[in-house]
Design a protein around this ligand. Structure first.
Ligand code: FUC
Length: 823
């Protein structure tokens, strides 16, 4: 079967070295719109390159350019209303509770700042109108775009990159004949700016971010362009630089704002932009390029993935996206995976802001959802691939944001709810607002800080660095303290519940008009995780004994997960689910992924119920939702269903339908491989990268599970550089006919390495392999038993048909490498 499939799709050969073209997005036409342009970024600057031979357009971003200025958005009426809202919920008056939350808790000031474009660079050429031989690409192995074409017998080439070490956008124009480069260059913005030239070779644009809602815009920004031609003549007008008959040209774009941190706008944007430019100019182009590539590859090259390739690799990327679900293009799945890593390196650098809803790209002044941080799924999803795909440094901006929220959110907890610790609701922004926004239906979710805080522990689970854990422990403790303060007993069972709250953005069949509720399943899972991890951290750090026992007592009183009348995992504390509900959020499955509370080996009934829920929710959805489902199906150990979701995701949207009039809509993938919610949201790209990783290696359930969810389409392949919890690095994993053929693991921390595999393995060296027989004693991947679930009488009894797997234990020393091969 597999062989026949391979032949009919013309497998090019899995063992060949990943060719150059496999890590490129390429096209034979210039971009017609923003979702066809190619993204460059260095964690601070973003650029979208259209690759147009006649009117080149590069749209520009800087990651601190947001509307508004430092502000808070807490609602002071909340404290008095809190007991009344709780009473309404416990009396079953959910609509009244929603109305009261809208009146007394939702912010009356700012619903969050909007991410704003810096503007656009336009290069209008002469002599290139009649071009042929067009090609443009984004090389994600080098983080550089290239456009080439021929016009009037001259071969033109344009390269662009946003330098990581030198902090400028560099564009280089060359031609095969001298004197052939002539263009007029301008900077513009779809809002008020001042533009002026300095000398003959510098153009500057300056402005201030917009006012938004009640908050005055105060982010001052500057964009500087400098052209260094070889030959020809360069002159400036008031608003443009005009280059005539040059042999080649180098263009630098330097951008900066006055942003220092969420409380401070005291920097000098002009000085910063000038300094970046002055520093970059000192280097030759060759040096700038070499330094950029070296910096980038230090991260990117840590992971390689080969799933094989078919003839499809000969097609342009947009054609491949269109055909993905109709054939077999494993190299496109691998490219999509690596594109996610490319985007994370490019949009999340230490010392900068975390990746927002669109990373750091965006051509709008007021984008959908302000392109800020939605922390009831989207921001967390951005960081799912960071640790497993060997990009832990890229996780740092998120950790820094959590630190800042733990300061800002302390006042919100105290002022709004009279609570201890710190908290945030379902959104935050560059000013670290923590109050509830948008409306009670979406915004009355007090769990944003609790979900984000899981990332603090997750980083530790991978690196085992106790000093790091010590530095973030107070933040975990603060989030746990908020939970202890905010939890309240519900009248039916006396369970401790978060109230008021919602199951993100959904309402139950029981009262569809109101999402407001208490003790939703996701909230219970989140509190359980945070309290459990805080206890683990306190024990490891040898501190806070009294606090530990308080947390332990609280965990006892949390509601259990429950299985409802349709065999589903209940989304709410009561059996209110509608089996026809296709809502994009699958919040109660947080316990399956990213958390590890639901396991086929430890609680098969819950595992079965989670599966029933996911089937009921269906496959097609918004981009991020489908990518969450890839992760969930991988955790359900069903590689083919995970792959099915990949086919839903890698579906071309944003292009004209065959009728030529309407556009292909819905969740999927734009020609430039950006995920479509729609519109573009980067969470889907990151969710995909994480999901594919989960299909190959999992490490959340007490063992490193090798190839837990391999689809039939990927029977041969190899991956290098995936990280597992407990400080293990999968240096090499190779498989053939779906069976592991080689596995090389490096233990960075030492300790027991427990492996689960469907293939029988033997050691390739002196390593001792012991069949696992007792609880794993490696402290870095502590398994935490979930609470015993409540199973309704109507629920089916669980008959899991799990594939037989083998469990091995290997004691390791720090730095030791172990090699296993197929038995
Ligand atoms: C949540 C989701 C939406 C969207 C927005 C940015 O509100 O429910 O689908 O992704 O975030």
């Amino acid at each position: 079967m597999v062989l026949i499939a391979a032949l009919s799709f013309g497998i090019v050969g899995v063992c060949q070295k990943t060719t150059d073209s496999q890590l490129k997005l390429w096209y034979n036409k210039p971009a017609k719109n923003w979702n066809e342009a190619l993204p460059l970024g260095n964690g601070r600057l973003g650029a979208m390159v259209f690759g147009n031979p006649v009117n080149e357009h590069i749209q520009l971003n800087e990651n601190t350019l947001y509307t508004g200025s430092p502000n808070r958005n807490d609602n002071p009426l909340a404290k008095e209303a809190l007991p009344k809202v709780r009473q309404l919920i416990f009396d079953g008056k959910f609509k009244e509770a929603l109305d009261m939350v809208n009146e007394t808790m939702i912010t009356k000031t700012s619903h969050g700042a909007a991410y704003q474009t810096v503007g656009d660079l336009h290069l209008n050429f002469s002599g290139t109108n009649d071009y042929t031989n067009f090609y443009r690409e984004l090389d994600i192995e080098k983080a550089i775009t290239t456009t080439t074409f021929t016009a009037n017998g001259v071969e033109y080439q344009r390269e662009a990159f946003t330098s990581f070490p030198d902090q400028v956008l560099v564009v280089r124009l060359t031609a095969s004949k001298s004197g052939c480069i002539s263009f007029t260059s301008t900077l513009s913005r779809p809002a008020h700016v001042s533009i002026f030239s300095e000398g003959n070779n510098v153009l500057k644009m300056s402005g201030v971010s917009s006012d938004h809602e009640t908050v005055k815009g105060k982010v001052a920004f500057q964009a500087h362009m400098k052209i260094v031609p070889e030959g020809g003549s360069l002159v400036a007008t008031d608003t443009s630089l005009v280059l005539t008959n040059a042999n080649s040209a180098l263009i630098y774009i330097s951008m900066a704002t006055n942003f220092v941190n969420y409380n401070d706008l005291s920097a000098d944007a002009n000085k910063r932009a000038s300094e970046y430019l002055a520093k970059a100019e000192k280097k030759s182009y060759k040096q700038l390029l070499a330094d950029h590539i070296a910096f980038y590859q230090n991260y990117f090259n840590r992971v390689s993935l080969n799933l094989g390739a078919t003839d499809s690799i000969k097609n342009p990327t947009d054609v491949r996206i269109d055909q993905f679900s109709k054939g077999n293009d494993p190299a496109l799945a691998a490219l999509y995976f690596q594109f996610g890593r490319y985007l994370l390196i490019s949009s999340s650098q230490p010392g900068q802001q975390p990746a927002n809803l669109q990373g750091l790209w965006g051509d709008q002044l007021y984008a959908a959802w302000d392109s800020k941080y939605t922390i009831n799924i989207n921001t967390e999803m951005n960081y799912w691939p960071a640790e497993p795909t060997s990009l832990p440094e890229m996780h740092e901006p998120l950790i820094q944001m959590i630190k800042e929220l733990s300061v800002a959110g302390q006042k919100t907890a105290a002022d709004m709810y009279g609570a201890k610790g710190w908290m945030a609701h379902h959104n935050t922004d560059i000013w670290r607002i923590c109050g509830p926004v948008d409306g009670a239906y979406w915004g009355m979710w007090p769990m944003g800080g609790v979900w984000l805080s899981q990332h603090l522990w997750e980083k530790f689970a991978f690196n085992g660095d106790v000093d790091y854990l010590r530095s973030v422990y107070p933040i975990m403790k603060g989030a746990a303290e908020f939970c202890l303060s905010f939890l309240t007993p519900e009248p039916d069972h006396g369970w401790l519940v978060m109230a008021p709250s919602v199951s993100p953005e959904n309402s139950p069949a029981h009262h569809p008009e109101s999402s407001i509720s208490a003790g939703t399943t996701m909230d219970n899972q989140l509190v359980f995780d945070l309290l459990t991890k805080t206890i683990e951290a306190a024990k490891l750090l040898n501190t806070d004994t009294d606090f530990i026992s308080k947390l332990e007592k609280t965990i006892e009183k949390l509601p259990p997960m429950q299985i409802g009348q349709y065999g589903q995992l209940q989304e709410w504390m009561y059996d209110w689910d509608n089996p026809e509900d296709k809502h994009r959020h699958v919040s109660h499955l947080y316990g399956l992924f990213p958390s590890n509370q639901i396991s086929p080996y430890r609680n098969p009934e819950l595992f079965e119920a989670a599966k029933t829920t996911l089937i009921q929710r269906g496959d097609p959805s918004t981009g991020w939702s489908m990518n969450w489902k890839i992760n969930l199906w991988a955790r359900l150990l069903d590689g083919n269903h995970a792959y099915k979701l990949m086919c839903e995701q890698i579906k071309l949207v944003g292009v004209k339908r065959p009728d030529g009039k309407s556009f292909q809509e819905g969740g999927g993938t734009y020609p430039n491989m950006f995920d479509a919610h729609p519109p573009f949201q980067i969470d889907g790209n990151f969710g995909f990268t994480s999901g594919l990783t989960e299909m190959l290696v999992q490490s959340h359930d007490g063992a490193i599970h090798i190839l837990p969810a391999l689809p039939d389409n990927w029977q041969m392949g190899s991956v290098k550089g995936i990280r597992a919890r407990g400080g293990f690095e999968i240096e090499e994993l190779e498989w053939k006919d779906g069976q592991v053929t080689k596995l090389k693991i490096k233990s960075t921390l030492g300790g027991n390495c427990r492996i689960r595999s469907y293939s029988e393995l033997k050691t390739g060296g002196k390593t001792k392999l012991v069949a696992a027989d007792k609880e794993n004693n490696n402290p870095f991947y502590q398994l935490v038993e979930g609470k015993k679930p409540l199973i309704s009488e109507k629920a089916k009894s669980s008959q899991l048909n799990l594939k037989t797997s083998f469990l091995f234990d290997i004691p390791t020393k720090p730095g030791q490498e172990i090699v296993l091969i197929q038995k």
